[in-house]
Write a protein that binds this ligand. Structure first.
Ligand code: FAD
Length: 401
């Protein structure tokens, strides 16, 4: 009998932790496992806002994938997935290469939702991947350099669309970055503007009132202009049109208005709802015994019919069940139903402040910022043990700005 082939698509939180689970659970030679990802590095998505603002060195945000695979049981292949033929059990890569599988795990993550607002897709910057956030920072550097020449205020007007979790984290990093950038280019900080535009009436919709008040106060204290209850109607390379009639001269709109599943998923012949693949309680694609899907790409409905949110916390917990379930499937054993345990949410506002709730306890300020760092360190621990935590903590390299 041929050795069964397991193929994992995407080396994000879901794909990597599933791979680590397979490394732990599979016996030597029990299956051939291939992990496929666009790049040979894993980016820590929960810290992409730091790459955008240039407040963390690249080495802190990206990890070389082959270094994370320790046992030789999982092979890494760099490639971009283009299509999947579920009948023939073949994955088609952009390079033309075709990979056969017996069991498949889809962990292709998220795309940004721009809701068809004119000009946003073409002109706004997205917090989506390491490359897209690196593009934000490079653009900011160009604007500072050009301002020295033409003094056009639109160059130093940085707008963030969305005051949800990601938008607030992005704004927090911009607050940290601005004084350093101004020093570098010898421009007074008073020449810069950070504007947060949110359609809802408060920042951090869904958070409790104390967290909302703390965040709004912190942003205002640090000079951020909050435009809540304001919708963006259009975006051009040099301005943003708002529903209050204002035309905001700005060459930088950072879009964090929402996420959806990877757009590639819609081209696959799979059950899709709200841009995500519908999965069952065992994390299998609905109606398929040999195809699993987790993380932001997956739509998992809780008992009350509401979907789990697209978070790293969900992706990691699902991967911890998905790995063993893949092994149970190939061994013909009973699968485990997935149960989500929410441990809390902490949104950072730069390095020195954060807000959230951990194990039911509301936290804010510096203590919350330290908790956020503990949460990030825990992920590194799960991925690579204490060695990786220490390596990343003391990683050399200066922030970009
Ligand atoms: P991803 O981590 O997005 O991984 C998908 C992988 O698939 C990537 O490596 C990508 O390169 C690869 N890929 C995509 N398309 C292809 C293709 N066609 N071919 C090959 N490879 C492909 N969640 C939290 O729980 N807590 C937080 O504090 C938090 N903060 C966040 C802050 C920011 C700025 C952002 C953007 C997100 C944050 N999230 C947070 C959400 C979290 O990052 C996501 O929920 C998580 O990354 C989802 O993991 P995933 O494995 O499903 O997908």
């Amino acid at each position: 009998m041929q050795t069964p082939k397991i193929v994992i698509l995407g080396a994000g939180y879901g794909g990597l932790i599933t791979s680590r689970q397979l490394e732990k659970t599979l016996k030597n030679g029990e299956a051939e496992v291939t992990l496929i990802n666009k790049h040979d590095y894993h980016y820590i998505s929960t810290q992409l806002h730091k790459t955008g603002a240039g407040t963390a060195p690249d080495e802190k945000i990206t990890l070389h994938i082959p270094d994370l695979l320790k046992t030789g049981k999982v092979q890494f292949k760099r490639g971009t997935v283009q299509n999947v033929n579920f009948t023939a059990k073949k994955v088609q890569l952009e390079s033309g290469e075709v990979i056969d599988y017996d069991y498949l795990m889809i962990g292709l993550g998220f795309d940004v939702s721009t809701f068809g607002i004119p000009g946003v897709e073409e002109n706004a910057f997205k917090i989506k991947s390491f490359r897209s956030t690196k593009a934000i920072h490079n653009h900011m550097l160009r604007q500072f350099a050009a301002f020295k020449e033409d003094q056009d205020p639109s160059r130093l007007t940085f707008a963030v669309a969305g005051a949800g979790f990601t938008g607030i984290e992005m704004i927090g990093e911009l607050i940290e970055a601005m004084p350093k950038l101004c020093r570098k280019y010898d421009i007074p900080v008073s020449e810069t503007r950070i504007i947060n535009i949110e359609a809802y009436e408060t920042v951090l919709p869904g958070f409790d009132q104390k967290a909302i008040d703390f965040t709004a106060g912190y942003l205002r204290k640090n000079g951020v202009e909050l435009m809540t209850s304001t919708k963006i109607l259009e975006c051009s390379p040099t301005s943003i049109t708002l529903d209050n009639g204002e035309e905001l001269p700005s060459r930088t709109l950072i879009w964090s208005g929402g996420v959806r599943g990877n757009t590639l998923l819609e081209e696959l012949a799979l059950p899709i709802s709200k841009g995500r693949i519908v999965i069952d309680k065992f994390l299998r694609v609905k109606g398929m015994d040999n195809v699993f899907c987790i993380g932001d790409a997956a739509l998992f409905l809780k008992n009350d019919g509401t979907p789990l949110p697209p978070t790293a916390q969900v992706a990691i917990q699902q991967a911890e069940v998905c790995g063993p379930n893949l092994v149970a499937t190939l061994r013909g054993q009973q699968l485990k139903a997935f149960e989500y345990h929410h441990k809390g949410t902490v949104a950072s506002i730069g390095n020195k402040a954060a807000v959230g709730k951990v194990f039911g306890l509301k936290i804010s300020g510096l203590f919350a910022a330290l908790m956020k760092q503990v949460i990030e360190a825990r992920y590194l621990f799960v991925l690579g043990g204490p060695g990786l935590v220490i390596k990343q903590l003391f990683r050399a390299g200066k922030p970009q700005s």
